[in-house]
Design a protein around this ligand. Structure first.
Ligand SMILES: NC(=O)c1ccc[n+]([C@@H]2O[C@H](COP(=O)([O-])OP(=O)(O)OC[C@H]3O[C@@H](n4cnc5c(N)ncnc54)[C@H](OP(=O)(O)O)[C@@H]3O)[C@@H](O)[C@H]2O)c1
Length: 356
């Protein structure tokens, strides 16, 4: 995903050639930043036309990820100028290609639609042809809808960025998230040990059942002390945090000598307190990760291999998403409320078009 500065409904809804009758579609639009449950409304807007190098996707389903809700709240790395349509990933069928040769090869195909600028919470979305990735027929719509953001991040963080060796502890906060559960299953498969942090004691058992090697709850005492009791003397050398603030600080303080913390989310929008002495004498480090930047640095053959790797792991059930409730696009506000609920369970999906 590359990062572009702004998204406007008019950009997505380029008016079709003037001699044709304008055809409208339904889209979830927000006209000001705010709580997605409050500010999103389903409106009729002009159906977008693909430009050069672009294709149009008739959307089938799209998940509600934290990146989408933060986009609507105006606190994501991609900040549109409202009115705008959210939705960074999803599944659909390419129904039209713009000028250029390559897009024609995907017309009629079911694809994973990666939309860097947002716009998939609509009946049709226009994206660059390269970001319409054909998906195998044996991967169902619900899994194809959540194919990219979380599964690719799980692979990137554990196998490439941290490259966690077999037998090592990986400390993960927000471990009950869709992505956290994928990392736990990846740990079982790849042989690293997962030490999970959750904020609610009742969320522990599910992770143990999933195969986590240890689970602690921040509600049961200081996390660094709980972590040390599990790992012994020195703490873990690998850690991941998408929360920031107190929770992220606790993860940083749990690190052992030479430990690396990769921050990949900002659920609280609060800073992590980093003790400079730890950086100097314990050689701990903190770095950030954004999938969009990481993917942009992969070559085309490498990206293709990664997509195949993810498809295989989804089929094996390692990177399949736990899917929760589904809502038609018309009930996007309700869907957003469900997605934000504490302890909500599986990923919330918007079912669009005939699928709704
Ligand atoms: N950097 C990247 O490129 C990238 C890519 C993919 C995902 N991400 C990030 O990964 C994170 C997880 O995504 P997801 O789709 O797996 O999320 P998800 O399924 O919606 O789950 C969110 C999880 O975060 C926990 N949580 C929310 N606010 C919290 C807080 N203030 N303190 C502690 N825990 C909190 C929730 O805990 P409860 O179960 O207790 O409600 C829940 O388990 C998000 O921050 C997302 O933005 C980043």
């Amino acid at each position: 995903m590359s990062v572009r500065p702004s998204v406007k409904v008019p950009r997505h809804t380029r008016t079709p050639q003037s001699n044709r009758k304008r055809i409208d579609m339904k889209a979830a639009v927000f006209s000001k930043f705010g709580d997605p449950a409050e500010v999103l409304e389903v409106r009729e807007v002009p159906t977008p036309e693909p430009g050069p190098g672009e294709v149009r996707v008739r959307m089938i389903a799209s998940p509600i990820n934290p990146s989408d809700t933060m986009f609507v709240e105006g606190r994501y790395g991609v900040r549109p100028t409202p009115p705008a349509v959210p939705g960074f990933e999803g599944v659909g069928v390419v129904d039209k290609a713009g000028p250029g040769l390559m897009g024609r090869f995907v017309v009629g195909k079911r694809v994973v639609a990666i939309n860097n600028k947002g716009g998939n919470w609509a009946e049709y979305a226009v994206i660059p042809w390269k970001q319409a990735r054909p998906v195998a027929a044996d991967i169902p719509d619900d899994q194809a809808a959540t194919f990219f953001v979380n599964p690719m991040t799980a692979v990137a963080l554990t196998r490439h960025v941290l490259a966690v060796p077999k037998g090592e502890w990986l400390l993960i906060s927000a471990a009950g998230s869709t992505l956290g559960k994928m990392i736990v299953r990846l740990g079982r498969r790849d042989g690293f040990k997962t030490l999970c942090v959750v904020r609610r004691s009742e969320a522990k058992q599910e992770l143990i059942d999933l195969g986590a090697d240890a689970v602690v709850s921040s509600s049961e005492g200081p996390v660094p002390e709980q972590v040390r009791r599990i790992t012994g003397g020195d703490g873990p050398r690998y850690a991941l945090d998408p929360i920031g603030g107190e929770a992220g600080t606790a993860v940083f303080r749990s690190l052992g000598k030479g430990g690396r913390l990769v921050v990949y989310g900002s659920l609280t929008d609060e800073p992590i307190a980093v003790d400079p002495r730890s950086l100097i004498t314990s050689r701990t480090s903190v770095e950030g990760f954004w999938l969009g930047y990481w993917m942009a640095e992969r070559s085309i053959p490498k990206a293709l291999m990664l997509f195949r790797e993810v498809a295989t792991l989804i089929r094996e059930g390692v990177l399949s998403a736990d899917v929760g409730k589904s809502y038609p696009l018309e009930r996007v506000g309700e869907a957003a409320r469900e997605a934000a609920a504490v302890g909500r369970g599986g990923k919330v999906l918007l079912k669009i078009g005939a699928g709704g």
